[in-house]
Design a protein around this ligand. Structure first.
Ligand SMILES: CCCCC/C=C\C/C=C\C/C=C\C/C=C\CCCC(=O)SCCNC(=O)CCNC(=O)[C@H](O)C(C)(C)COP(=O)(O)OP(=O)(O)OC[C@H]1O[C@@H](n2cnc3c(N)ncnc32)[C@H](O)[C@@H]1OP(=O)(O)O
Length: 193
């Protein structure tokens, strides 16, 4: 299926699809309920960054002439897999508490050790969730440093919940902590800052 269709580029992927497990659906419904009083907000998620979303950032870091061709083919890494095979996730933010929660079902193409989630895939979703937590305040942010402790392996295709919390802001520096727990909250898999 072509990814570059106009419809696909504007498609919000942070919604249920047939590959979702019952566990992920239940978590989604729980958080959608929390959004009813406005304290939490579901964050839409697209395969491509909104045009001009970070033009000053691009001007500073990228060669404008190469930009157009480059970004026209680009996909957000976490949204570049076929449904169900990579990262099936939805982020919710609570700006008053400076928190972002990400509910995630990892697909079979994220395998590292047999039957386990690849450590780099865990880093990726932590980077995106903690990055989004900083971005809610900093608008355009880049990860300067990411430290992770892998406490327990994450079974492939399981559902986990990431909790990112802004700990401190010093000028343009944001310090965020992020944990990864099993869907039932009983197992702490990963801790990061
Ligand atoms: C979710 C965030 C998205 C951001 C994009 C925005 C909009 C796009 C729309 C939607 C986005 C959706 C999804 C994006 C998904 C994932 C992205 C996740 C984020 C990433 O995946 S992004 C890629 C990886 N990331 C890099 O590719 C950065 C390479 N790097 C640099 O570009 C520079 O390194 C930079 C800019 C970091 C700093 O450089 P600089 O020149 O601006 O600042 P400078 O060096 O002067 O340091 C200033 C003060 O920061 C302190 N400081 C510096 N480095 C530090 C470190 N490592 N540890 C501790 N403190 C550090 C210094 O100690 C000093 O502190 P003090 O002022 O107190 O002395």
């Amino acid at each position: 299926r072509s990814f570059s269709s106009e419809k696909d580029i504007h498609k919000d992927y942070a919604v249920p699809n047939p590959t979702w497990s019952e566990d992920l659906r239940l978590l989604y419904e729980q958080f959608m309920k929390k959004c009813e009083d406005g304290s939490w907000e579901r964050l839409p998620s697209y395969r491509q960054h909104p045009a001009g979303g970070c033009s000053d950032f691009q001007a500073r870091h990228l060669d404008p002439s190469a930009m157009k061709e480059l970004t026209s083919r680009a996909r957000l890494f976490t949204r570049s897999f076929e449904d169900g095979l990579g990262f099936e996730y939805v982020m919710f933010c609570n700006d008053a508490e400076k928190r972002v929660v990400c509910i995630l079902q990892g697909g079979p193409h994220l395998q590292g050790m047999p039957g386990l989630f690849h450590g780099g895939a865990i880093l990726t979703i932590i980077d995106a969730t903690a990055g989004m937590c900083a971005k809610r305040i900093g608008k355009v942010v880049l990860t300067a440093n990411l430290n992770v402790n892998f406490k327990r392996p994450i079974p492939l295709c399981s559902v986990v919940v990431l909790n990112a919390q802004l700990e401190k802001a010093e000028g343009r520096k944001f310090f965020v902590s992020c944990t990864v727990h099993s869907g039932d909250g009983r197992t702490l898999h990963t801790e990061a800052t």
